[in-house]
Design a protein around this ligand. Structure first.
Ligand code: CUA
Length: 174
């Protein structure tokens, strides 16, 4: 049976459509795989925390700020702990501590994370740092900032009226 030109054109168009659909699937698929496989450079350990330890945790934050404040930005101390050291962040409604953390690119830190009240989640998109924190646990996250710059710490877990404003800053120097 002979095909008229219109039918033939239709068939070609369907072929082209299928080809594009397959290509799009492959491209989107490989992007997805890439996103999943490029895991952050972090290692997380989790421990239960007692009330006393949680109170002690706040003292550690204060010690760190007192010891490693190198300069100020307005009334915010900029805290620059030595590479390889322990750093402490205490999440609470609604901040990550009243200081700016300054780290060095490519150096490894042990980030101790605890919550004073509810569930929060630390999120620093650019550093691929994302982790949830509950009030009865603390976490030690070994990580190494891969990028230099000024990055925002946001909260990734709904924690109340001030959730969206629960922000902090991390500076990463070269
Ligand atoms: Cu803390 Cu949302």
């Amino acid at each position: 049976m002979e095909m008229n030109p219109v039918q033939e054109k239709k068939r070609v168009n369907i072929g082209l459509f299928l080809l594009i659909a397959v290509l799009a699937t492959v491209v989107v698929g490989s992007f997805t795989i890439k996103t999943i496989s490029s895991k952050p450079d972090i290692k997380v350990t989790k421990q239960k925390i007692t009330r006393a330890e949680r109170d002690g945790f706040k003292a550690k934050v204060d010690q760190m700020v007192a010891r490693y404040t190198v300069r100020r930005e307005g009334d915010m101390p900029i805290v620059h702990p030595p590479p390889g050291s322990d750093i402490y962040l205490l999440a609470r409604n609604y901040d990550w501590g009243k200081f700016i953390l300054e780290l060095e690119r490519g150096k490894t830190y042990r980030l101790h994370l605890a919550s004073l009240d509810l569930r929060h989640a630390i999120v620093v998109y650019e550093l691929k740092l994302m982790n949830r924190i509950k009030p009865d646990e603390f976490k030690i996250i070994e990580f190494s900032p891969a990028k230099a710059g000024r990055f925002r710490i946001i909260c990734g877990e709904w924690c109340g009226i001030g959730h969206a404003g629960m922000m902090g800053t991390i500076l990463v120097t070269e």
